[in-house]
Design a protein around this ligand. Structure first.
Ligand code: 13P
Ligand code: SF4
Length: 354
């Protein structure tokens, strides 16, 4: 829907008043009404790097979800303030791994006698606590655009990987990109004693996958791939690696949001695409590429927006920008120094991946 002209004008005026003091980052899943005010857009990897590359901005307004704002705070200097326009913009996947659960899991791995062989690899979509755990235990962070490189690195450091919190990204990367088999992977369920696994199962596994998933991408099904192929002959199916393994295995192309955009930019006129990722992005791409004769449809009509990404709307952005312009620091996201130190270690290992 078109944005309220009054709010558009207020956002523009507040941004102009703030000038170079503010830098607005927008994740690709944000609403159009918000994206129009982003100084840069990107996937979570690009935004993490972009946040770190703006030392002159006093305020980083992060239009995305909580874990992204935390990562920006960790990677920017202490006098830069990161603001999340709505504090309720969390991520259900990140919430699926708590610090207590992960500490308990490490005890289980220690009991099984394998903790020294295990390198944690945590998806960007995790809390600062989980990133700190990862840094403390010699591991790295990854995003959907560098998961293979992160796993390559981790298997140079140890024999096994504990992959947190997205089981699908972990499994898809291991099987699709690293040539492992499904049998090399086990799933650790934090709600069951010992993760629901025996010590022998843990010893035999190469990939220990945390039982977390994305509530949006987890809903794309193999049926939706079959249906779209039947409906649109010659369609290319392009999905995000947070989708289930069977969906990824049936797709033609798999990659991060940034990869999805680049692939469509390079696609020839007349090509047809079904995209399995968040709806705001798919709609924007469909509108952008329609004039070039590229037909882009959403992979599954029953899947909806990421509700927490959508919490950042124009009214929240206007409120945050106007508050900052009036000198009121609102909705600051600040990671405590000890957590930050270890989380930063893990994030810097990611940024240093070849
Ligand atoms: P990327 O932007 O890294 O592709 O991640 C998608 C996502 O779900 C972020 O929440
Ligand atoms: Fe989290 Fe999924 Fe939403 Fe991304 S799309 S923020 S992983 S719930």
């Amino acid at each position: 829907s078109p944005s309220d002209p009054d709010l558009v004008e207020r956002a523009r005026a507040a941004k102009e008043k703030l000038g170079d003091k503010v830098f607005v980052l927008g994740h690709h899943y944000q609403r159009d009404e918000v994206i129009q005010f982003a100084d840069v857009t990107g996937d979570s990897f690009k935004l993490a790097r972009d946040a770190a590359a703006r030392p002159e901005a006093e305020y980083i307004v992060f239009c995305g979800v909580h874990f992204m704002a935390e990562s920006a705070d960790i990677l920017t200097s202490d006098d830069q303030k990161v603001v999340l326009p709505d504090l309720a913009a969390g991520c259900s996947m990140a919430d699926m791994a708590t610090a207590e659960q992960v500490a308990e899991c490490w005890d289980v791995l220690t009991e099984a006698g394998i903790a020294e062989q295990v390198v944690p690899v945590s998806y960007m979509n995790s809390s600062a606590d989980i990133k700190a755990f990862t840094g403390k235990h010699g591991g790295t962070i990854c995003t959907s655009s560098n998961a293979k490189r992160a796993l390559d690195w981790a298997f140079e450091q140890g024999e096994k990987v504990l992959f947190l919190p997205d089981q699908h990204l972990g499994r898809n990367t291991a099987v699709r990109d690293m040539g492992m088999s499904l049998d090399d992977c086990v799933v650790y369920n934090p709600h069951k004693p010992n993760g629901g696994l025996t010590a022998d199962e843990l010893r035999a596994a190469k990939m220990i996958l945390w039982r977390g998933h994305c509530s949006v991408h987890g809903r794309f099904s193999l049926d939706s791939v079959d249906d779209v192929r039947a409906r649109i002959p010659g369609v290319n199916v392009l999905v995000h690696p947070e989708c289930k393994h069977e969906v990824v295995a049936a797709a033609d192309y798999v990659g991060s949001t940034e990869y999805i955009i680049k692939t469509l930019e390079a696609a020839p006129a007349g090509s047809k695409w079904a995209i399995g990722t968040e709806l705001n992005l798919v709609r924007r791409l469909a509108n952008r590429f329609a004039p070039e004769g590229k037909e882009i449809v959403f992979l599954d009509k029953t899947v909806c927006f990421c509700s927490t990404m959508n919490r950042i709307d124009l009214p929240h952005l206007v409120w945050a920008l106007e508050s900052l312009a009036e000198g009121n620091l609102v909705n600051r996201i600040e990671v405590d120094p000890e957590t930050e130190a270890f989380a930063k270690l893990a994030l810097e290992r990611m940024l240093a991946l070849p």
